[in-house]
Write a protein that binds this ligand. Structure first.
Ligand code: COI
Length: 372
């Protein structure tokens, strides 16, 4: 049975009925909350919402006050993690507009994730309209401090009241927004990475390419153990050979060789097809660097970092943007990458990308979409 609802119900933001918050934050309260926000702790007054059931399809697009959800304790999301999400950022440009980066890529990935998790696929038009409708109401929560943004979190949960395991018949789609500063406190500080050889993030035929909560929840035990060993992030290897790099708990990875060639793990179906990842591949290629998507083995990485053949390693994602890696370690090695400082290629691509996102450079690719 298909879960696709191909007819959009709300192609425009205007199709969302608006239920306004009765006591929204005052201008002064909002200004204080968005002045210097941390990542993901402040939320705006409203949220966008659409409901779905198998008989009706998508219905009731609306903006409503941000508030705790009322869920039956038997809701399937609470038991079987029938859930997917996205992450994208809205930026306040100097000309006063609010723009976001390649949102249709997120909308399409949301559909792919939904399909894998047997959740209803939200038409791209509805995803876009929900974001527009949300920003039309709460765009004034977009912060302006350097490297801050309004982080948008669309998500979809199964709400069947049923403890049997079956394809969900009811679901809720929501978009919440969080005025946020950099994902890692301290900005572009290089991070250390533990290469995980015992736990795996995904296996062949699993859900590695879907942006579902379970992939992230299961990364926390390895993350805790890496933290106990003094490392900040975890890099996973493929589950089959245990030899090939895949991705971090919430970011893709790039390896820059001494000769300027840039490597990144090829998409095998086990790793997330990052929007930042594909944008970086494009930017680096257009900067005349050779970018190769292929298997990168742990042995190759370890020997390359030790010999200096690997000059830089960086991680990337919407939230973390481009994050340099200073150290890598595992059971049998502990190595500094290059001189332990953010590398040239890393910082250049980070600047090129963020300059486009914040409107400081020409958007030659047409990646930025005006929301308000
Ligand atoms: C993002 O980069 O936007 C993500 O969804 C990753 C999450 C761990 C914050």
């Amino acid at each position: 049975m298909t879960t696709t609802s191909s007819t959009p119900v709300a192609s425009t933001a205007e199709a969302f009925r608006v239920i306004r918050h009765e006591s929204p934050a005052t201008d002064a309260e909002r200004a204080e909350r968005i002045a210097n926000p941390k990542f993901g702790v402040v939320f705006s007054d409203h949220m966008a919402r659409m409901s779905w059931d198998m008989d009706r399809g998508w219905y009731d697009p609306r903006i409503e006050p941000y508030a705790p959800l009322q869920l039956d304790p038997a809701s399937s999301v609470l038991h079987y993690a029938s859930e997917i999400f996205e992450g994208l950022k809205a930026y306040r440009w100097e000309d006063g507009t609010i723009r976001t980066f390649r949102p249709e890529e997120n909308a399409k990935r949301f559909q792919r994730s939904a399909w894998r998790m047997a959740l209803p696929e939200l038409p791209v038009e509805d995803f876009m309209a929900a974001i527009r409708a949300y920003v039309a109401i709460d765009g004034h929560w977009t912060p302006t401090a350097e490297y801050s943004s309004l982080y948008l979190r669309p998500f979809l949960i199964a709400t069947d009241v049923f403890l049997g395991l079956r394809q969900p018949k009811k679901a809720e789609f929501l978009v919440i927004g969080s005025p946020s500063g950099p994902y890692f406190a301290g900005g572009v500080k290089p991070v250390s990475i533990w290469v995980e050889q015992d736990y795996h993030r995904a296996g062949p035929g699993g859900t590695g390419a879907a942006k579902c909560g379970g992939n992230y929840a299961s990364s926390l035990r390895p993350q805790i153990e890496a933290g106990e060993r003094g490392y900040e992030q975890v890099l996973y290897l493929d589950a089959k050979s245990g030899q090939v790099l895949e991705e971090l708990g919430g970011m893709n990875v790039f390896v820059v060789l001494k000769d300027g060639t840039v490597l990144t793990p090829v998409l095998t179906g086990n790793l997330l097809e990052g929007v930042t990842r594909s944008s970086i591949i494009q930017l680096l290629s257009d900067d005349d660097l050779k970018v190769v998507e292929r298997d990168i083995t742990l042995t190759e990485l370890k020997e390359g970092v030790a010999s200096g053949e690997v000059a830089e390693v960086f991680a990337c994602g919407t939230a973390a943007v481009v994050t340099p890696v200073s150290h890598m370690g595992s059971k049998d090695f502990d190595l500094q990458v290059g001189d332990g400082q953010p590398g040239e290629v890393t910082m250049k691509v980070r600047k090129t990308l963020t300059d486009i996102q914040y409107g400081r450079a020409e958007d030659a690719y047409g990646w930025m979409e005006i929301l308000a």
